[in-house]
Design a protein around this ligand. Structure first.
Ligand code: SAM
Ligand code: CA
Length: 220
C-alpha cells in the first residue's frame, strides 16, 4: 500500500532513502516498533514523512488534522514539524493501534501537541465544524477508510483556511484505481475523491507518485 514509493526499484529506493531522507531517532524507533505489526504496511514511508514535514513547515502550519493515525508515525512526523504551540487533531477508532505510538510521541516531546480523538472521524470533524472552527486549520492529511474519502475531503476543505493544504493518501491504490474490474467500496471511494478533486475549482492540485500516491489540494 504505502510502505515504499510506487515504481521505484529496490536499489533506487534504497539510494533515495540513503541520500534523500533524514528519519530522526523517534520516527525510526516507531517504524521499528510497528514493523512486526500485521498491518505495518499501512504506515507511511520515510520519504513521505519527510515530504509532509517539509510541507507543514513551508506553509507555516500551526493547526493540523490527521484522519487515520494507526500507530502514530504520520502524526509524529507532522507534530514534530509544528511549532511548540502547534496543534494536531488526530482521528482514529482503534486504540489498540494508537496505544503503540503514544509513548513515542511522549519520548519525542510532542505528546501535548496531539489531540487524539478515538471515534469515527466524520463525528470528530462535524463537531469541529459545529463548534465554529471552519477556516481555522492549515493542513489536513486524509488516510483512514477509503470509502469515506469524499466526505473527509469536503469536511477538511471547510475546516481549512484559504491557502491551507489537504494531502490525500493512497490515491493510486497500488494501481487498482485504474482496474475497472475492481469495484470494492474502498477503491470506489478513491476513484470518487480523485474525480472530485480533479474537477474542483475550489483548489489547486498536484498528485505526487510518492508512497502509494499522494494528492495535494491547496484551498483557493
Ligand atoms: N497515517 C497512518 C500512518 O502513517 O501510520 C496510517 C493510517 S491507516 C492507513 C488507517 C487508519 O484509519 C487505521 O488506524 C484505522 O483504525 C483508521 N480508521 C478506519 N476507519 C476510521 C474511521 N471511520 N474514523 C477514524 N479512523 C478510522
Ligand atoms: Ca496510507
Amino acid at each position: 500500500m504505502s510502505s515504499a514509493s510506487l515504481g521505484l526499484g529496490e536499489d533506487l529506493r534504497n539510494y533515495l532513502l540513503q541520500v534523500g531522507v533524514r528519519e530522526n531517532e523517534h520516527l525510526a524507533a516507531l517504524r521499528e516498533a510497528t514493523m512486526s505489526h500485521e498491518w505495518a504496511v499501512m504506515q507511511i514511508s520515510p520519504e513521505q514523512g519527510a515530504l509532509m514535514q517539509m510541507l507543514v513547515k513551508l506553509i507555516g502550519a500551526k493547526r493540523c488534522i490527521e484522519i487515520g493515525t494507526f500507530t502514530g508515525y504520520s502524526a509524529l512526523a507532522v507534530a514534530q514539524a509544528l511549532p511548540h504551540d502547534g496543534y494536531l487533531l488526530a482521528c482514529d477508532i482503534n486504540d489498540d493501534y494508537t496505544r503503540i505510538g503514544e509513548p513515542f510521541w511522549t519520548a519525542a516531546g510532542v505528546r501535548s501537541r496531539i489531540d487524539l480523538q478515538l471515534m469515527p472521524a466524520l463525528k470528530t470533524l462535524d463537531a469541529k465544524l459545529e463548534d465554529g472552527q471552519a477556516g481555522t486549520f492549515d493542513f489536513a492529511f486524509i488516510d483512514a477508510d477509503k470509502a469515506n474519502y469524499p466526505m473527509y475531503y469536503e469536511r477538511c476543505l471547510k475546516l481549512l483556511r484559504v491557502g491551507g493544504l489537504i494531502a490525500i493518501d493512497n490515491v493510486l491504490w497500488g494501481g487498482d484505481v485504474i482496474d475497472e474490474s475492481n469495484q470494492d467500496p474502498e477503491t470506489l471511494g478513491i476513484r470518487a475523491v480523485n474525480e472530485l478533486v480533479a474537477n474542483d475549482d475550489r483548489v489547486e492540485i498536484s498528485m505526487i507518485p510518492v508512497g502509494d500516491g499522494l494528492t495535494l489540494a491547496r484551498k483557493l
